[in-house]
Design a protein around this ligand. Sequence first.
Ligand SMILES: [Zn+2]
Length: 235
Amino acid sequence: MNQTLQALLSLQDTDRQIYRLRAELQRLPQELKVRHKKLSDMVTMSNHCRAEAQHLRSQVKEIEDSVTILRMRQRKLEKECNSVGVDAALLASYQHEIRTVKDNISEAEDDGLNMLAEADEKQVQAEQLETTVVAERPDFDALSAAVKAELTEATAKLEALDAQRTNLQSATIPEDQLTLYKGLLERREGEALAELTDLVCQGCFVSIPRNLYVRLARGVDLVQCPSCTRILYVR
Ligand SMILES: [Zn+2]
């Protein structure tokens, strides 16, 4: 086999590992980020539910205060009704106001009860979310530690491979062919070379003309697949 091709094949082996590691280095933190967001969304949601419950309870408190005032008014009116010297017209007006006050009390109490129920519901929701967060936290911490360890390992491996790559590159590959290889590596996601088996490029699975195979077999220059442009080799 062509000496350059041989060197490119070794380089390709290293680059394949480098690409794989780089993908891993991107994927792992991304995965962790997604998990972290899920947890922090739950925390935000539970805080939101708690705040809503608190707001509802303070509204209930206001309603209770206004009911107290209304009851005082009711008692005062009832007292007025029983006082001496109340004529029929005034009595009727007092009684009318008493009815209105009673209606207002009952309406306010209904509102208060509804709000209290809603506040309880929000409280339960908040507690459920907090329980889930607490339960999922150890899993997340474990994943986080694992990712950190994997990243450290991958980074060290990548450094070693980069050094290996520099050695291979400086070996026997002429500049223009190295440039061609690097361009292909980038365009073809880390696979710049493709094996040719029975006249079929194993990179894109398209058949190549026989004359290209003859050129390749002669081993003088590099031959690219007419379809995917990868540098071809035969074992
Ligand atoms: Zn091809």
